[in-house]
Write a protein that binds this ligand. Sequence first.
Ligand code: IMP
Length: 432
Amino acid sequence: MPLEIVVGTQWGDEGKGRIVDLLAKRADLVVRYNGGDNAGHTVTVDEHTFKLHLIPSGVIHAHTFGVLGNGMVINPATLIKEMDMLRSAGVEINPQRLSLSYAAHLITPMHQALDRAQEISRGQGQIGTTGRGIGPAYADKASRRGLRVQDMLDGDALCEKLRQHIREGNLWLERLYGAQPLDEHSVVEEYSAYAATLRPYISDGGAMVWKALSEGKCILAEGAQGTLLDLDFGTYPYVTSSNPTAAGALLGMGIGAVPAKCVIGITKAFQTRVGEGPFPTELSGEMAGRLRGTGANPWDEFGTTTGRPRRVGWLDGVLLRYAVRTNGLTELTLTKLDILSGLPHIHFCTSYTTPSGQSFDDLPYGPADLSDFSPVYEELPGWQEDVSRVRRWDDLPAPAREYIRRIEAVSGVPVRRISVGPERDQVIEIES
Ligand code: IMP
């Protein structure tokens, strides 16, 4: 089956958007399968830099059809804004090019208010959520009182469901969190207008994907966030509330256990994280600043959605092997190799050790904070050359090739592609 799944192998922000944009050249259908507007995918095409939160990055190519899958939680205000932004940049957006799965869930201002109130109530134990209402929307889905996209098909029923939703939510806001209640009337009015705009886009995403597969069309499944933020496999509780891993792709697109042609793990050449939670290879001081950048460039390590500075560290091979296992990865794409140019040495974590001298080469379970596990590093030579113009494997400096070969050896999967800059053509394809 011509299904390709793209997943992040780290804590999100691996640069999936620009790789999806590249892979979408050969795709017919591009499907986003999880998360909501907590994600931020940046794609640079000529003079345009697109920051997409909901719409699959592959729709920038005129020949593709985009699907927002049932595994997503959708903030209609963000979606409409994003549609307008794409249109004003010359990308055609209409129901012949984009579809919204009826079974995806809606995010409301109540979910956002609850997200913020819950973060405050966690005190020291904050997760550092994006504040976009993601957790409360998925919690409503699981507790069977969520609002689905299909509720927008019937205006009266939508209003009634929204009223009930706001009334219940206000009880939580006021009584449990001591927060301000929301105005029921204005939310109902706002969402009725969104429903009118989005109604023509609603369809059965799973049926579309299935039909396309059976016609031999190429499907590209685009995940948001990354493996280590997965609700089941991530560094719980410092995770998001969906399943960014490859199994989540099938569920979130609305199809069964269809074998994928390839599962592509996007891995940044170093490690980053936004929000709280364990990070064994985290750096501070000068080296952290060097990898993060100042924020002056769009590719510097500051959140696309929240603008928060990202925590940075050396690439963690233990977590990469874990991502290979939990996703069934068949290949890797390495991003941001260019950022490592100019360093005297590169550190690559290949195992963890404990104070008692125990060694771990898989993610240890049990402790939520991993603070007892210290990274064991291999020190590899760096390279001084600017690699941003390199387009062939053989033209990479020898130490860069050595680093990539070590990544392949430690992860057990081949690196098939390397990005060396934000532009569409700044990629090295590696023949198998
Ligand atoms: P939530 O998804 O807003 O509930 O946030 C939960 C955790 O996931 C927080 O640590 C966020 O910073 C992180 N997170 C959510 N979405 C992204 C993303 O797209 N990139 C990186 N981190 C994310």
